[in-house]
Write a protein that binds this ligand. Structure first.
Ligand SMILES: Nc1nc2c(ncn2[C@@H]2O[C@H](COP(=O)(O)OP(=O)(O)OP(=O)(O)O)[C@@H](O)[C@H]2O)c(=O)[nH]1
Ligand SMILES: [Mg+2]
Length: 301
């Protein structure tokens, strides 16, 4: 089935256009080693057969200890700014970032959460429906790396097993010299493998690896959305033959490092798409986040 709705709107800036699959940071801890889009995804994009993917958002949630640099990382990417002064995030905040991936419009809704304990209960209410979980730690403070286990566990508890891409990100790369950086990275890579996460080192101050990292996030989330959409549409089509009128299958739900590929192989029938926070455009209205689709108000942050 060919997509009948291609979104209109302003074109995205050149540095948000992704034509080839962005590479990993290190092959020692990466979610997939392919250097090109999945065959089915390339074909779907070429034929503009990506269903509703171009109209949807993928939800990205960034978690980690206070002061590790979550807000700085997001602001460097979305606004190209760096602020030396620390202003704690209170509750949550989000940024929308528009991309064009393989010719198809695609957006990330990036949720910045507070690392301070007193705001944790507010922030954790926003973990649900994430396609991507980014756990950040400070490369100069290895305790913050240890704490990423707990942050990840908390974020995963609110999501379906195997439903999220996981990233472990070491921040403030500019503050470490060669050998110290290598040692911190080696520990982080070990933990990333344990978590089944992809590892990246970045610096919000210099901008090192920031664009490359978010491009990788966008490409993986996009690819997975297209594969899921293709699968949904093919499973939902009635199959007549061999005396069966309609064949329905149930979810397998296994966890994998590349959930997009795995899910593409697992037959399932979804007659109606489940409402997810990620597929719902949100905007701030007078200090509150408001669902455009469901018109459901979130608590003010
Ligand atoms: N040198 C250097 N400093 C950084 C970098 N990223 C963040 N910082 C500094 O680290 C401090 C904390 O950064 P934030 O981005 O506010 O940290 P956060 O994780 O959002 O903190 P919470 O909102 O409290 O959870 C700020 O003073 C930043 O300027 C970096 O890449 N390099
Ligand atoms: Mg912050």
């Amino acid at each position: 089935m060919r997509s009948s709705v291609m979104p209109l709107g302003p074109t995205v800036s050149q540095d948000r256009v992704i034509t080839s699959f962005p590479k990993w940071y290190t092959p020692a801890a990466c979610l997939q080693l392919r250097e090109h889009f999945h065959g089915q995804v390339s074909a779907a994009c070429q034929h503009r057969n990506t269903g509703t993917v171009g109209l949807k958002l993928s939800k990205v949630v960034v978690v980690g200890d206070l002061y590790v640099g979550k807000t700085s990382l997001i602001h460097r990417f979305c606004r190209n700014v760096f602020d030396r002064d620390y202003k704690a995030t209170i509750g949550v905040d989000f940024e929308m970032e528009r991309f064009e991936v393989a010719g198809i419009p695609f957006s990330l809704q990036i949720w910045d959460t507070a690392g301070q304990e007193k705001f944790k209960c507010i922030a954790s209410a926003y973990y649900r429906g994430a396609q991507v979980i980014i756990t950040a730690f400070d490369l100069t403070d290895m305790q913050t790396l240890e704490h990423t286990r707990q942050w990840l566990e908390d974020a995963l508890r609110e999501n379906e097993p195997g439903a999220c891409f996981l990233f472990l990100v070491g921040t403030k790369k500019d503050l470490l010299s060669g050998a110290a950086c290598e040692q911190a990275e080696a520990e982080a890579v070990r933990l990333a493998n344990e978590m089944q996460a992809e590892y990246w080192s970045v610096s919000a101050k210099t901008g090192e690896n920031v664009k490359a990292f978010f491009s990788r996030v966008a490409a993986l989330a996009f690819e997975r959305s297209v594969l899921q959409d293709l699968e949904r549409r093919s499973s939902a089509r009635p199959q007549v033959g061999n005396g069966d009128v309609i064949r329905t299958c149930r979810d397998g739900g296994a966890s994998t490092r590349d959930p997009g590929q795995q899910e593409a192989l697992q037959p399932r029938l979804l007659l109606a798409e489940p409402a997810s926070e990620a597929s719902t455009a949100c905007m701030r209205v007078g200090g509150a986040s408001r669902d455009l689709e469901g018109d459901m108000e979130h608590p003010p942050c």
